[in-house]
Design a protein around this ligand. Sequence first.
Ligand code: SAH
Length: 507
Amino acid sequence: MSEYGKVYILGVGPGDYKLITLKAAECIKKADVIVYDRLVSTKILSFAKEDAELIYAGKLPDLHTVPQEGINEILVKKALEGKVVARVKGGDPFVFGRGGEEAEALSEHGISFEIIPGVTSAIAVPAYAGIPVTHRDYCSSLHIITGHEKPGKAESFIDFELLAKLEGTLVFLMGIKNIAEICSNLIRFGKKGTTPAAVIENGTTVSQRVVSGTLKDIAQKVGEAGIKSPAVTVIGGVAELRDKLQWFSKGSLFGKKVIVTRTREQAGKLVDAIEQLGGEAIEFPTIKVQPPQEYLQFDKILRNLYAFRWIVFTSVHGVKVFFMRMKEIKVDIRRLWGIRLCAVGEATAKELEALGLEVFYRPEAFTSSELLKGLLDYVRPGEKVLLARADMASEELSEGLTKNNIAFEELTVYSTSLETSDRQGILERLEENEIDFITFTSASTVKNFVSILGAENLDKLSGAKLVCIGPVTMEAAEKLGLNVSAMADIYTIEGIVDKLVQITRGG
Ligand code: SAH
């Protein structure tokens, strides 16, 4: 590390966290200190190193948490300590982001810095509402204006007479409190009251709301809809294109807030699918996957694989751990010769196939009872079965095998425990009826969810719809007194997503 640190003044886009640039994401990942603003999503902060120091420098509209000079001082101080500092801002750091002032302070202290531009709300927020800020048929310029006068400046800081004459698109940031004044001033100086206008609140996020109208009536409509900051106001012919071009709000899960209870490692696919359809996926992992307590039995079994005719894998993670351990202790994969593999679930089968292994049998329904039925059909007398599963696996399978005199051995490939998640945050959102769906992908996610929340809080779930992946999960939920709304038709992640869409459409 150099004697002095470095400061990256960067923008992360207006809301949708995927609008961050690769460069900004890289900097956040490597920063020792992160100084962030109010409009920066927690998802983006989760990119930070585990031991990074997070400093909130957010300014609420009426309440300045840390004054600008204070922020400048923090940046200078941390850089002088030799730290890599990411100064994280919403949108673009140089568009009403005070990035310029901060860069000046750093330059005065001889501290090296870099600017990483971001996707600005002035352009991206209208785009998510279906409004192109320029269009050849409508305008030939774009003007970005602050609607929030710099405190202490005289009333005439913005020249409305000049603005009213412009043919180009006018985009006001920070102006929602003054919208009535802005519009009346523009009309007073000659802008037509019929000019199309739109206001977009929380643009690019699941909470995006849009109010359309004209210069004459938009302020009143905004008042009626109760639109608050952050919001962008677009004034100009292009605003009418929204009728034709709106797209984001058409996502089939648009506006829906969905809790995902899978492990952090496994949540990705479901989270992506929800986000792609315009919903918000709230990760609340209930299960933490841990390596087995000890490998004594594990290694013994791996070295004696020839004793088995069948191996049953019930999860992707189980497959991963099994083969990783084989590699670690140098058990050749050819030792699997002659062994028939069973996989519960499509993803589990794919994981085996990716290793070049053929899956002999996969039950049609991904349940223990279905698996047992299949095994009873296939396994011949004298053949031994290895069940490679988690420690909390259901007893149904082992009991069934015992009853039918099939020799088997249990191998605990991983153990699971309760994950420590943001319980308080979730409880608050549930209480405020902010959650539309809670998804469960296994019996253990249900059990752990209830343990983490506490039985006394279960009545808070009443505003949300509970959706389970399959019958075993659903049964577990109902046993715990939960009111399940629906079960996926196909017992897969895709099946859950389809079900969420179907319920949202009112099907
Ligand atoms: N540097 C930022 C702007 C900071 S000023 C950028 O380039 O986007 C803050 C203003 O940006 C807010 O008052 C609002 O007008 C606008 N804004 C930021 N994010 C927004 C969002 N998701 N939806 C609507 N407006 C947003």
